[in-house]
Write a protein of this length. Structure first.
Length: 83
């Protein structure tokens, strides 16, 4: 489950594991559900950081944004993503 961090000016999401704990337990960092943070670093790049204090980078997701001219000509094509 991803939860958007409303306070931040950039796109940051907290990633939680819904299977830990019970069905009715509240998702929080202290309860042990927290996996890490998905942060938008650039216009087309998201990085997944783990929950440790060192903030190790676990994965990066980069997607290709088509140019404005090609969007107008061909419509909105699907984005190409690489992990």
């Amino acid at each position: 489950i991803a939860q958007r961090n409303i306070i931040s000016m950039t796109s940051n999401y907290r990633i939680f594991d819904a299977l830990r704990g019970g069905e009715n337990s509240k998702l929080s960092k202290k309860a042990g559900h927290y996996i890490g943070k998905l942060r938008r670093d650039k216009v087309s790049c998201y990085t997944l950081y783990d929950s440790s204090r060192e903030k190790r980078q676990l994965a990066a997701f980069v997607y290709d944004i088509p140019s404005l001219v090609s969007q107008v000509k061909e419509g909105q094509p699907p984005r190409k993503m690489q992990a």
